[in-house]
Design a binder for this molecule. Structure first.
Ligand code: D99
Length: 403
């Protein structure tokens, strides 16, 4: 926190934003006791929101933006996915035990007799599974239409996780498939929940590709950012089809963070992630409810800020690169409409353009992708104009370089 305050000395507006977010979140995270103690004191629903606060405070803040009717279904959706993710992450299970657990978990999400002791890497994740009956009881209070959406996504995700727990992510197709299972399905499930609530159009349920992209953009950004942590944990989600072009072993990048090959690999993964941005813009453009919009847009602009931070940044290979807390707070407070999203996306795209190394092997594709996104951000229509027009912004940048 102190580091963040120093950093915000040169960003005074971010200090204001940080304080506003801190004060606004006061009433929510009044729970400083451990979840084990809270579990005995709180009602089932209060325990669910206390768990959410413990597991991801910023997401708990984002969920507060939702209309009341959607808060509980989305909170339960998130907690149930976290419970499934905790089962997947726990290395104590051997495969023949873990596979049925993942594939069958969806059958227990409303079962108040189901729980698991001592599963999960941290106290808070262990508490989710130890006190799962409290989550199950709140799940039972949800409208059956919400229950059906959550159970359907949990079933598909559990099967997908089981499929990938016995194989590595190698090809780009497997990379997209894995991210579909763990994140794309979340985007699709949310489109269903938004439609069921009536706050968004039923047609959103048919928008599978752009709903999927909403999850893939966030997941792929996290996977790039988490290189060092995942290497340390002995796992990796970077597709071998990409990184083996730049190194013989995955830990090579950690040993040579500044090398052109390491940065070229990192930027290649960023290029693959940029591909999903047009779908995300088109998805956000379809939203009609302002609160649903904020719930969807805040994580997108935060991911965009993270992508700009990790791009061409050797620090990714040495530790977790996070955006300043003050910047995150500002994005959380001011991402109110599509114009704010367009402004933030342009800001972070420009940062990436400035950081682009002309000697990067993917320089041309990167420029093309940046240009496509700029055109889409400037156009009011969702369709990208066919001919490859050099965008005004580019002309200036390229002209400057050519001089
Ligand atoms: C997620 N994901 O927000 Cl996918 C998970 N933070 O990143 Cl219900 C579950 O957003 C649900 O602490 C929703 O660094 C989401 C996405 C989402 C999606 C599609 C449409 C709308 C929203 C998250 C949750 C955490 C999150 C916390 C983050 C800072 C920004 C807010 C942080 C996406 C997933 C599945 C990739 C983890």
């Amino acid at each position: 926190m102190l580091k963040d305050i120093y950093a915000s000395v040169i960003h005074p507006r971010e200090l204001v934003a940080m304080l506003k977010v801190k004060l606004s979140s006061k009433e929510q995270n009044r729970h400083h006791e451990p979840l084990s103690k809270l579990a005995l004191q709180l009602s089932d629903k209060a325990f669910c929101y206390a768990s959410l606060n413990k597991v991801s405070r910023s997401f708990a803040l984002v969920i507060q933006q939702l209309p009341d009717k959607l808060k509980d279904p989305v909170c339960l959706f998130y907690l149930i996915l976290r419970a499934l993710d905790t089962l997947e992450d726990d290395m104590k299970f051997d495969t023949e035990e873990k596979l049925p657990l993942l594939r069958n978990f969806y059958q227990y999400i409303g079962d108040e007799k189901w729980y698991m002791k001592d599963v999960g890497d941290t106290h808070d994740y262990r508490m989710l599974l130890t006190h799962y009956p409290k989550i199950a009881r709140v799940f039972q209070t949800l409208d059956p239409a919400y229950q059906d959406v959550i159970s359907d996504i949990t079933k598909k995700m559990g099967n997908g996780m089981a499929d990938f727990s016995v194989k590595k992510v190698c090809t780009l197709e497997e990379y997209d498939q894995y991210c579909h299972y763990v994140a794309g399905l979340v985007g699709m499930g949310l489109s269903d929940l938004f439609a069921v609530s009536g706050y968004e159009n039923d047609a959103l349920r048919e928008e599978l590709r752009i709903s999927n992209s909403m999850g893939l953009f966030l997941q792929k950004t996290n996977i790039i950012r988490d290189y060092h942590e995942d290497l340390f944990l002995g796992r990796s989600f970077w597709p071998a089809e990409i990184w083996t072009q730049y190194a013989s072993h995955f830990d090579r990048f950690a040993n040579a963070p500044e090398s052109p090959d390491s940065l070229a690999c990192l930027n290649h993964l960023v290029l693959d992630t940029l591909r999903h941005i047009p779908d995300c813009i088109n998805y956000m453009r379809k939203l009609t409810n302002k609160q649903v919009f904020r719930f969807c847009a805040i994580p997108q602009v935060m991911a965009m800020a993270t992508l700009a931070e990790v791009y061409n940044n050797p620090k990714v290979f040495k530790g977790i690169v996070k955006i300043r807390k003050g910047l995150a707070s500002k994005l959380m407070l001011y991402t109110n409409d599509m114009n704010a999203v367009i402004k933030s996306f342009k800001r972070f795209m420009s940062i990436m353009i400035e950081k682009t190394n002309p000697n990067d092997p993917h320089f041309t594709q990167l420029q093309y992708q940046f240009n496509q996104i700029f055109q889409l951000l400037d156009s009011n229509s969702a369709v990208i104009t066919p001919e490859f027009k050099i965008h005004k912004h580019y002309e200036n940048t390229l002209m400057a370089e050519l001089k």
